[in-house]
Design a protein around this ligand. Structure first.
Ligand code: BGC
Length: 421
């Protein structure tokens, strides 16, 4: 272990079930990916078949020097039909956890990473107050496979994403560009947005497109609170099942930088993105920090930086220093353990990725040196994978996958960096 990190520092990489597993057919995303006017560049299909190849993938990660793996359990697999829980799928995830332990990776498990069962959306999704008890029921069924085996559980990935989408919609209207936002709503030019939304409502048996509230849809303030209530309910269940489980959620956090005149707007954004959640998360055991870039802000909202750097495939400014800035800011208000649950860059130039990781983790070390309790760093992502609306064209991975032929894994040089972190 590097001298800059505490002994127990978790270092690894992250994935999310829908983005890597393949054939998540009972999920809301599967439905949306197959609409005639889909906003998705392509469907997830077999993804990178991690469902069957997780052992090989975990071994590559471990052999590269990592000691932890963050992955998610897929609600739509566990509860494909409301109130019908699939024991075979629960066993599958139990085996993944066992495999991690067996080869020396600490499993960090996420219970909800954007995708929901399609039935949930038919019931009003993440705007229906019942989502809290639905999610709790799912967690109650998953808890037994975590007890005694998983120390860190992220209840909900980027629990602030729904509110960020609201923000993005506003700035999209203003700037007609989503670049640099750090969120995934990239409007795909192939799809016609209105037709897509209408089809989506119909596909879920809803007459009003606004009622099709999947997790990645703009939230009302009430919808935002429901996410927090779902998180708290999950936390209670986990703690009752095993008080030693460390429970937290993850947030998508930008390094928000005020340009002259943008100070107030920057404060407002940070409050929306982070501080207004503090009352809901102050009892958590840790906070998962997810950061990809900075966001410059003037009095009108997001703006171009004065001296912009290059951009990633996603269109985000390449700004690895953002991670240190965010960790420092968060630590000012959240007095608990921080884990970097995602940080990464989409690029086909692996030397750029290496450079990004080195700079970002330098920032982590600086924070630790100053006494900020950062207990882990997970690069996003272990594998090139299904980047939501953008399909497979975004290459975030430490490992490339030959999807054209036989799904062969091709580790990149950057994978080796985990050893030296
Ligand atoms: C999400 C991932 C996504 C990554 C890159 C994060 O916001 O948690 O699912 O792939 O960003 O866009």
């Amino acid at each position: 272990m590097n001298e800059h990190y505490p002994e127990t520092f978790l270092k690894g990489a992250a994935t999310a079930a829908h983005q890597v597993e393949g054939n998540n057919t009972n999920s809301d995303y599967w439905v949306m990916e197959h609409l005639p006017h889909s906003q998705f560049a392509e469907p997830s299909g077999e993804a990178v078949d991690h469902y069957h190849r997780y052992r090989e993938d975990m071994k590559l990660l471990r052999d590269a020097g990592a000691n932890a793996y963050r992955f998610s359990i897929e609600w739509a697999r566990i509860e494909p039909v409301k109130n019908v829980f699939d024991e075979t799928q629960l066993r599958h995830y139990a085996q993944m956890i066992d495999e991690c332990r067996a080869i020396g990776l600490e499993p960090v498990v996420t219970l909800m990473h954007f995708t929901s069962p399609a039935w949930l959306i038919r019931e009003g999704g993440w705007e229906n107050p019942e989502v809290v008890s639905y999610f709790a029921e799912y967690v109650r069924h998953v808890a037994p496979i975590l007890v005694g085996k998983v120390r860190y559980v992220c209840t909900i990935n980027e629990a602030n994403m729904r509110l960020q989408l609201q923000e993005l919609m506003k700035s999209y209207g203003r700037q007609k560009t989503g670049a640099g936002s750090g969120v995934q709503v990239g409007i795909n030019l192939k799809g016609d947005l209105r037709a897509g939304m209408q089809e989506m409502a119909e596909a879920f048996g809803l007459s009003d497109p606004r009622k099709a509230a999947c997790f990645i849809s703009p939230a009302t303030p009430e919808g935002d609170r429901l996410v927090m209530q779902a998180h708290q309910a999950a936390r209670e269940i986990l703690k009752q099942a095993d008080p030693t489980i460390q429970a937290g959620l993850t947030l998508s956090l930008h390094d928000i930088q005020a340009c002259p005149g943008g100070e107030q707007e920057a404060d407002r954004m940070w409050k929306d993105e982070f501080t207004h959640y503090l009352p809901w998360i102050s009892g958590d055991d840790f906070l998962g920090v997810q950061n990809y870039t900075r966001k410059c802000v003037n009095a009108q909202g997001s703006c171009e930086p004065d001296h912009p750097r290059g951009r990633t495939q996603m269109g985000y400014e390449i700004y690895p220093e953002a991670l240190e800035n965010v960790l420092r800011k968060v630590a000012g208000d959240f007095k608990g353990t921080l884990i970097v649950t995602e940080n990464g860059i989409a690029t086909d130039d692996d030397s750029l990725r290496c450079d990004f990781i080195r700079k970002a983790t330098e920032g982590v070390k600086n924070c630790i040196r100053d006494g900020i309790p950062v207990k882990g760093y997970f690069y996003w992502s272990l594998l090139d994978n299904f980047e939501w609306q953008k399909g497979f064209s975004m290459t975030f991975g430490l490992i490339a996958v030959d999807r054209e032929h036989d799904m062969t894994r091709h580790p990149k040089e950057s994978l080796k960096l985990l050893d030296s972190l």
